[in-house]
Design a protein around this ligand. Structure first.
Ligand SMILES: Cc1cc2nc3c(=O)[nH]c(=O)nc-3n(C[C@H](O)[C@H](O)[C@H](O)COP(=O)(O)OP(=O)(O)OC[C@H]3O[C@@H](n4cnc5c(N)ncnc54)[C@H](O)[C@@H]3O)c2cc1C
Length: 400
């Protein structure tokens, strides 16, 4: 019987093993942790945004590579699969889908029950440190044990949240077999800004709009919660922008973030407000419009004293203040690292794998799935959808 070893018992590895077993392979999972699916528990703030019903290949960095995989495992099929295991999906805004229980542990539990039901052996605390390919694959564990397999599925994840077990060792294993990889960087991550006001604004959360500015033009716009922190900025809007931002920073490009503090009213409404409130101080005139803790920083930025009456502020400065409320620029100087990132951008070169089967073009019998390969998507269930779909495809084809 075709013996398949899956290295890594995370999202993609679990689906790969289940799919290989359903296709009649003798499959085994090697997981370095003492439990399966550790990272899944942290997803979606503990609720696990396990897929996105609207996901298409266009939501990823290499659509052409994702397309044939999604043709074999669409988001609809993911939903049906998890429903067959007992998970009722709850579809929220923008197609984000969670288990009705709103517990990430539900997703891990149903997968582990299925692994047990199908009697798929799992070796825990089995860190793979070497792979060789001769007649078959020879896999070396950290404790010196050696295992053999006809096929290997590399499902070791990327570098994001290394304490969950995905610390990049999977890349080394693939490189030792002759594969190459692109440069990698954290994505879906908080950004660091240069600004003298961060300490004062630390912890301020507001519904706003943020735009990524490159060469003076806006290249991505996101609306929603924004959170200033002592190092920079965070929130779902920023996570979405971070991938593009970090890619440009990798290239030593200068980028800025445009923050729109006022959403709804237009500039002329604010001008009218200031004329109505002309007897109030500058500080008082902004109360009720923006978060109170942003008032002093923004006034300082346009050189208006908080206690001066609006009627005493010259027109130029008042116009500058109105302008800032709708366009406050910050230089982006970096991001948090992999410890804080949700995904890894970059990874094993897609050109060395067949997108129909996820088999290596260099090493026959080696398959990949999940984040270890150079595929990443937006925040919103897209990365787990890739993990499930690529795991399913790798498992299926490793069994043929
Ligand atoms: C905080 C956080 C929140 C997230 N939220 C979401 C979300 O809501 N929705 C979404 O779609 N995506 C989310 N993601 C991203 C998503 O979790 C990942 O893209 C996905 O888990 C990747 O699956 P994977 O199987 O490739 O890797 P992983 O899930 O990282 O699994 C890799 C497994 O391989 C094991 N391993 C590694 N090396 C070895 C080795 N040498 N030997 C043996 N075992 C090894 C690891 O211990 C681990 O169990 C989130 C990520 C994080 C960090």
């Amino acid at each position: 019987m075709n013996k398949v070893i899956v290295i890594g018992g995370g999202a993609s590895g679990l689906l790969a093993a289940l799919s290989a077993k359903e296709n009649q392979s003798d499959v085994m999972i090697l997981e370095r942790n003492n439990k399966l699916g550790k990272k899944i528990l942290a997803t979606g703030n503990g609720r696990c945004n396990f897929t996105n019903v609207d996901a298409t290949e266009m939501h990823y960095n290499h659509p052409y590579f994702v397309k044939p995989v999604f043709e074999q495992m669409t988001p609809k099929k993911t939903l049906a699969y998890f429903e067959s295991l007992g998970v009722i999906p709850k579809v929220e805004s923008e197609g984000k889908t969670y288990p009705l229980s709103e517990q990430a542990s539900s997703i891990v539990d149903v997968l582990v029950y299925e692994i047990e039901r199908l009697a798929i052996p799992v070796i825990y605390e089995a860190k793979v440190v070497g792979i060789k390919k001769n007649q078959d694959f020879e896999i070396t564990l950290e404790d010196g044990r050696i295992l053999h397999a006809d096929k290997v599925i590399l499902a070791t994840g990327g570098m994001a949240m290394p304490k969950s077990g995905s610390d990049g060792i999977g890349y080394e294993l693939a490189l030792s077999l002759g594969h190459t990889m692109t440069s990698i960087f954290p994505a879906l991550v908080k950004l660091e800004l240069e600004s003298p006001y961060l300490k004062a604004m630390d912890g301020v959360k507001f519904p706003g709009t943020v735009e990524l500015i490159y060469h003076g033009a806006s290249i991505q716009t996101e609306q929603g919660d924004v959170l200033f922190t002592k190092y920079g900025i965070s929130g779902p809007t920023i996570l979405q922008i971070s991938r593009k931002a970090n890619a440009l920073l990798q290239d030593n490009q200068l980028i800025e973030l445009k923050v729109v503090l006022v959403n709804g009213p237009e500039k002329r409404d604010i001008a009218k407000r200031f004329s109505l409130l002309s007897e109030k101080t500058a500080e008082q005139s902004l109360i009720g419009l923006i978060n109170k803790r942003l008032i002093h920083p923004i006034l300082k930025d346009v050189h208006i004293e908080p206690h001066v009456l609006i009627k005493q502020v010259n027109k130029e400065k008042l116009n500058l203040l109105i302008q800032r409320l709708f366009d406050w620029r910050f230089k982006v100087i970096g991001s948090k690292d992999f410890d804080d990132a949700q995904v890894t951008a970059g990874g094993l070169s897609i050109h060395e794998f067949n997108p129909q089967t996820l088999q290596s073009k260099k090493v026959s019998g080696l398959f990949v799935c999940g984040e270890v390969i150079d595929i990443d998507g937006l925040c919103g269930g897209y990365n787990l959808q890739w993990a499930w779909a690529s795991g399913y495809v790798a498992g299926k084809h490793a069994s043929q």
